[in-house]
Write a protein that binds this ligand. Sequence first.
Ligand SMILES: N[C@@H](CCC(=O)N[C@@H](CS)C(=O)NCC(=O)O)C(=O)O
Length: 342
Amino acid sequence: MLKRVVAALLLLASAAQAQNVAPVPAGATLTTVRARGAVACGISTGDPAWSQPDSRGEWQGMDTDFCRAVAAAVLGDASRVAWHPLTGQNRLPTLSVGQIDLLTRTTTWTFLRDVSNGVNFAAPNFFDGQGFLVRADSGVTSASQLDGSSICFTSASTHELNLQDWSRAQNIHFTPVIFADKDEARRAYEAGRCDSFTGDAAQLAAIRAAFPNPEAHRLLPERISKEPYAAAVRHGDDQWFDIVRWVAFGLIEAEELGVTRANAEQMLNDPRPAVRRLLGVSGDLGPALGLDRRWMYNAIRAVGNYGEIYDRHLGANSQVRLPRGLNDLWTRGGMMFSPPMR
Ligand SMILES: N[C@@H](CCC(=O)N[C@@H](CS)C(=O)NCC(=O)O)C(=O)O
């Protein structure tokens, strides 16, 4: 008898799993976002390839497109974003106190940031490391030659601690030239006030590409740290955390499945179960998050899949032309991997 009851319960449980549970009620953040009609996103004050206004004043970049994807998934409209340009200093406090719903600002996921600020980091959506930019005519081709040099960088970032660890481990001595503002740090480097400029390598590559004479600057090959970027949300709203996390994974899944901005509509007829689930043709992934079934369809139609976003801002279709490297799909030897969307 007991065996039969257990078997019946197991059967029920697996049926519930297969059909998915009833749509969840909206959590506090989702309710606020819907009432406001916009997702409040923390971005930078202007950072090429990540979040920078174009000639029409429209924010463009990896970070701003991720925010648009969340707006499209949640509100069905990628333009429904309230942009909050933030400095390195005020980005996490602005999130902690509730002035933004989401921080997408080249922000590295570190232990202390995660556990001490009342925030959670969703899925990593970019893997980088700290590098150095030098003038090509300096003759410097390796970071090991920076002993005795001066290095420009910004405060309120991961850079200073990384430099300390690196200089101690490598026994390299340098003169720090520190700025609160990243544009000032860049200008100081350009004006020759320091021998190198350090920061996240992809940021440096984008800054270099935007210089009037990129070939006059060299990005050194060493990476002295791990800088995994992830969008951050405030503690206390697991539903919102899940939404942001799964939009990030969904964009990667879309690339793996070959679903693009251009073919998403056609892909609604694709017979593959994983494509049907992702686009909301079958299953209830969207409603399980409290969203429309077409949540990922809307996000992909708005900004494209992860690879398309990358190509537009950092890759082949951008002036940076940074190889995918670690940010390629796991199926091609990179680290971009979505857990199963089922
Ligand atoms: N990923 C690093 C660095 C990102 C970052 O903050 N970059 C610099 C520019 S290289 C910046 O924005 N600095 C602060 C500012 O200008 O407000 C972090 O999360 O700390």
